[in-house]
Design a protein around this ligand. Sequence first.
Ligand code: ASP
Ligand code: MG
Length: 423
Amino acid sequence: MGLVVQKYGGSSVADAEGIKRVAKRIVDAKKSGHQVVVVVSAMGDTTDELIDLAEQVSPIPAGREFDMLLTAGERISMALLAMAIKNLGHEAQSFTGSQAGVITDSVHNKARIIDVTPGRIRTALDEGNIAIVAGFQGVSQDKKDITTLGRGGSDTTAVALAAALDAEVCEIYTDVDGVFTADPRVVKKARKIDWISFEDMLELASSGSKVLLHRCVEYARRYNIPIHVRSSFSGLQGTWVSNEPRGDRKVEQAIISGVAHDTSEAKITVVGVPDKPGEAAAIFRAIADNEINIDMVVQNVSAASTGLTDISFTLPKAEGRKAIDALEKQKAGVGFESLRYDDQIAKISLVGAGMKTNPGVTAGFFEALSDAGVNIELISTSEIRISVVTRAEDVTEAVRAVHTAFGLDSDSDEAVVYGGTGR
Ligand code: ASP
Ligand code: MG
């Protein structure tokens, strides 16, 4: 029996009862002979509450103090969990990210892990303890300041520790039974996926699926750490995310893995851009210099009569203001006419490696949307994904229509959502 890393999300440890329930699961894993390292998130909506509080005190609470504040959430849950485990008669020790050896760069609020030196965790395990580690946090290599990894970063902590400790598996416990063919909060007939490749999972994550973060899957792929996503509320097998299906489960790669949606983006249209070399470069240089990540980009054919074209792109809503300000400053230089900002959009994506070799997927996707009366505003594709932008108000209907059209609806029970406010 080897070492397992288990990660419990905020909804699994939302209250004292939840903490006690999780403690029992952890003790069971230990009793079955494993060495157990647990990564835990802040209880329930604690992180959101701390952010609300910070915003009341200061409108732009970024940086060092913000990280210092947010990491308090995970400290609470790690200590309580260790106490609950001791109460069941087993030894446990809790560690902050810094104590666990999670070393990051010094970009506050979205630091990247650059090294993991889990010496203290090893020692704790060798002495027979269960090690509990606060997720989503580390310490910066140069300044020795406390950092956070960005929202949902506990998954990345778990995978990084699993890699550093050479764990058999990284189990991610959440409030649904695994990765589904669509968000089960939106599509009741969503089906649980038994196995999905890192490749498809990465594409789902970057298309808005929230069950696993992109960075976490990327890390797992780089170090080839199999992830098992499952519910802490049921005893069911969840979804395995790995390079290859595991030996004992002969699962075929599905043509389509799932439908993801994302309502966190906005669309900016730069209207009346002169159709000559260098214009798009100037626009996107201004965006990049402000550290804004963009997603889809579309340029229209220019009207011959005017020699002007429109360029649209999508970006996180949270960056909208900054992008508009940056572009306004370039207006005279670039010579465009105006800017249009639209945050009432949704992105819907169909993902699956099988679409490379199966003609008709794109046509079927557009037909499903058209049958549902959904208008398409932008389109972008990769080898294994097709995405469209639609009105935000159409998102539920569009996702359900596409899910049904590709035969993804489950014919058994409805998907269960055990907890979480989805906040
Ligand atoms: N508590 C942090 C958050 O809500 C980290 C996590 O849950 O993974 O973003
Ligand atoms: Mg959380």
